[in-house]
Design a protein around this ligand. Structure first.
Ligand code: SF4
Ligand code: SF4
Ligand code: FES
Length: 334
C-alpha cells in the first residue's frame, strides 16, 4: 500500500473548490476504490454516483485529470506514483454535489427520440430478422448510457445554448440503430436526426468515440453513415424531381399517414402524474434543409468528413493542469 495524492472537487450548486487529500492505494485498485476509501476514512459525506463497479451501469462517470472516464474502469496504475490525480465532476451537466451532476438533459433527449415503430402488418411475435441485421445494430446496443460522449461533445460542452437543438452522440447512435432496423416502420430517421436532433451541428471531431468505454464507433459507424445518406438523398436527382412534381397537399397527406401510424396512446402513470406519450405525433421532415438558393447550411458543408481539432487531440496533454480545469457550474463564470 502506498500513499498517493489526490485533488477532488467538493461543493454544490452554490460553488466549490478542489480539495487536497492523501489516500492509501493498494496494487490493482481503480479510482472508484480510492473514492470509497476516502469516504470510509476521511470524508463520509463525499457524494459520488456508482452502482456496479464493473463498467456496466454507466453511473460512475467523472473527469479524471481532465479526461471523461468511468471511475471504476480507471486503474490507478495508469498514473505515475508521484502524480497528483485530479477528480472533477462531468463538466457539461450542472453539479448537484461533489462528483454528482444532474444528467436530466439526456433523459429529456431520450424522450424526444421517436421510439421503435413496429411494422403495421406484422403481429408482435411474428417479427423476424436476419442475423446480419441483428449484427449491424448490435454494436449500438452495447451503450451503457454513461453519457461520457454527451459530456465530451464540444457542441454542448462549451455551448449551453445548443442543448435545446442538439440531442448528442448517444442519441445519434439510437437513430442510426433504428435506421438500420429492417422492421422499423419509420423511414425518416436520418432526416429526423438532421432536422430535429441537430445532426448538422456535429463536425465529426470523434471525441465522443474517443471516450466511449464500450468502444462503440459512434462517429464512423453511426454519424458519418447517417450524414452521408441524408446528403445523398438530398442530391438524388429522382428525389429532387419527385419533390418538384409532388404537390404540397400530397406531401402533407403523407405526413399525416406517417404520424397516424403510431397514434397517441398516452400511458397513465401509476402516481397520477402526466402520462408519457411514447408515440408523439411528430411531423416528418419533408424538404431538404437548404436555403432559398438551394444551398446547404454552412455547418453542413463544413462538417462532411472534415475532422476539426479534437479537444483531446494533439494540442492537449494529460494530465491537464488542475488550475486550468473547468466545468459547468450554474453560479460560476467560466
Ligand atoms: S463527432 Fe464530435 S461533434 Fe460529432 S457528436 Fe461526436 S463529439 Fe460531438
Ligand atoms: S455511446 Fe458510449 S460513451 Fe456514449 S453513453 Fe453509450 S456507452 Fe457511454
Ligand atoms: S460503477 Fe457501474 S460503470 Fe462504474
Amino acid at each position: 500500500m502506498t500513499v498517493r495524492q489526490f485533488k477532488v472537487w467538493r461543493g454544490d450548486s452554490a460553488g466549490g473548490q478542489l480539495v487536497n487529500y492523501d489516500v492509501d492505494v493498494n496494487e490493482g485498485e481503480v479510482v472508484l476504490d480510492v473514492i470509497h476509501r476516502l469516504q470510509a476514512t476521511q470524508e463520509p459525506d463525499l457524494a459520488c454516483r456508482w452502482n456496479c463497479k464493473a463498467g456496466k451501469c454507466g453511473s460512475c462517470s467523472m473527469e479524471i485529470d481532465g479526461m471523461p472516464r468511468l471511475a471504476c474502469m480507471t486503474r490507478m496504475s495508469t498514473f505515475e506514483e508521484d502524480e497528483t490525480v485530479t477528480i472533477t465532476p462531468l463538466r457539461t451537466f450542472p453539479v448537484i454535489r461533489d462528483l454528482v451532476t444532474d444528467v436530466t438533459f439526456n433523459y429529456i433527449k431520450a424522450r424526444e427520440t421517436p421510439a421503435f415503430a413496429p411494422p403495421k402488418d406484422v403481429a408482435p411475435g411474428d417479427y423476424r430478422m436476419q442475423q446480419v441485421d441483428v449484427d449491424r445494430s448490435q454494436e449500438f446496443r452495447k451503450c451503457i448510457e454513461c453519457f461520457l460522449c454527451q459530456n465530451t461533445c464540444h457542441v454542448v460542452r462549451d455551448h449551453e445554448d445548443n442543448k435545446a437543438a442538439f440531442s448528442g452522440p448517444r442519441f445519434f447512435i439510437r437513430a442510426a440503430e433504428l435506421d438500420m432496423h429492417p422492421l422499423d416502420a419509420r423511414t425518416d430517421r436520418k432526416e429526423y436526426a438532421q432536422k430535429e436532433q441537430g445532426l448538422g451541428y456535429c463536425n465529426i471531431t470523434k471525441c465522443c468515440t474517443e471516450v466511449c468505454p464500450e468502444h462503440i464507433k459512434i462517429t464512423d459507424n453511426a454519424i458519418i453513415p447517417m450524414k452521408e445518406r441524408v446528403v445523398d438523398r438530398r442530391y438524388d436527382p429522382l428525389v429532387r424531381l419527385g419533390r418538384k412534381i409532388l404537390r404540397r397537399d400530397q406531401l402533407e397527406q403523407e405526413a399525416v399517414a406517417v404520424t397516424t401510424l403510431h397514434p397517441a396512446h398516452p400511458t397513465p402513470q401509476p402516481d397520477g402524474t402526466a402520462p408519457i406519450n411514447w408515440h408523439r405525433e411528430l411531423t416528418p421532415p419533408m424538404g431538404a434543409d437548404v436555403d432559398e438558393k438551394g444551398h446547404l447550411p454552412l455547418n453542413e458543408l463544413l462538417s462532411d468528413r472534415v475532422g476539426a481539432n479534437s479537444p483531446f487531440g494533439d494540442d492537449v496533454e494529460f494530465p491537464v493542469d488542475p488550475t486550468k480545469l473547468n466545468y459547468y457550474h450554474p453560479e460560476q463564470k467560466h
